[in-house]
Design a protein around this ligand. Structure first.
Ligand code: AHN
Ligand code: ZN
Length: 342
């Protein structure tokens, strides 16, 4: 915090008194100085706060400590209440969108999308999203005895939310030029159990139920942010975020923008400039139903035998799979993108 403000004041100061154009300052600005004879004006570089990876890590751990966040369960409700309170404590206007859902297998439950609006009065907006529920079944676990147990969901669920809570904490102290909406979708991970593939065939729309609902009933009618960024499975060590195919199809310019800022911020090792597979995730419905260009930052390698990682949808998806360095790469990139929106 101290560093950020020091830089801000330094830049403002450099702008006063009609000094020659400072080297720390790039482009001409629309802000005029008040000094007579000092008409040359400058615009400070965007101030990008420093993403605190330890803080994000602790937000992931806190979610995992509640236990699995399976829709309909008491631990799910408690974690949801905590998320709402946390986002309110950072100054957001929070909407809880409650809905009744039915999963592909007939399970019925109450679910809740959590929408945190920062600077809701601003017209120009960006949306950031992640799913906060966790999978009811560890159906990819090597041990069959675990196939109907809920996963801990540190990486799958916890990581995206942890990064976004830290983004929210930064927004509470350094306002961005554009308004930001952080949307935590529910019931992403209630999709087709591996043992039900025969019975239900390809039930591809069984995933992402909360975002499907939201895409039909957005919290604000006609909601149209510039674009959206979804974070899913963003905590594993040595992650490689490929350019996911639906993101490329619907929002190639956003992919390009984010990957370019990632490179500038020093994270091109994580943000790989290669096409990934097509993942049916929350962003698919944000794009196709709500018509908002939205990309998915997701650790998926189409070439690797276990795509999302060996821990995916197993009982091993715990804090051992969360790496602060990866959270930092994702969180700092997201902050760089949104604070550079004019
Ligand atoms: C598929 O596996 C096809 N879609 C769900 C993507 C996902 C699951 N993200 C997290 N868990
Ligand atoms: Zn999952």
């Amino acid at each position: 915090m101290y560093k950020v403000y020091t830089l801000l004041f330094a830049l403002l100061f450099a702008n006063c008194g009609g000094a020659p154009k400072d080297s720390a300052v790039e482009k001409p600005s629309s802000v005029e100085t008040t000094q007579p004879g000092a008409q040359q004006t400058v615009e400070p570089l965007a101030i990008v706060p420093i993403f605190d990876a330890d803080s994000a890590y602790s937000f992931v751990a806190r979610q995992v400590a509640f236990g699995p966040r399976v829709p309909g369960s008491a631990t799910h409700r408690k974690c949801g209440d905590w998320l709402v309170a946390k986002l309110r404590s950072y100054g957001a206007d929070v909407i809880e969108q409650e809905m009744e859902l039915k999963a592909y297998n007939g399970d019925a439950f109450k679910a809740r999308n959590i929408i945190a609006q920062f600077a809701p009065e601003k017209q120009e907006r960006v949306m950031l999203c992640a799913h906060w529920d966790t999978r009811p079944w560890a159906d990819s676990d090597p041990d069959k005895a675990n196939h109907y147990k809920p996963i801990p969901g540190a990486n799958d669920g916890g990581s995206g939310v942890g990064v976004l809570l830290e983004v929210a904490r930064q927004l509470s102290s350094v306002p961005s030029t554009v308004g930001v909406d952080i949307i935590l979708f529910d019931a992403e991970d209630y999709g087709l159990h591996e043992n039900d593939v025969e019975k239900h065939h390809t039930n591809r729309h069984s995933w992402a139920l909360g975002s499907q609902y939201w895409a039909y009933f957005p919290h604000t009618p006609g909601y149209s942010p510039r674009y959206g960024i979804l974070l899913d499975i963003v905590g594993a060590p040595n992650s490689a975020f490929h350019q996911e195919s639906y993101s490329m199809y619907f929002a190639a310019n956003v992919v390009d923008k984010v990957w370019r800022w990632a490179k500038k911020a020093g994270y091109s090792d994580y943000f790989v400039k290669e096409e990934g597979g097509a993942i049916t995730d929350d962003h698919f419905y944000v794009n196709s139903t709500a018509g908002i260009p939205c990309i998915d930052i997701i650790n998926y390698d189409p070439e690797s035998p276990n795509g999302f990682g060996a821990h995916h949808h197993t009982m091993k998806d715990n804090m051992d799979w969360i790496d602060a360095g990866t959270l930092k790469a994702v969180g700092q990139t997201v902050l760089t993108v949104i604070y550079n929106e004019k």
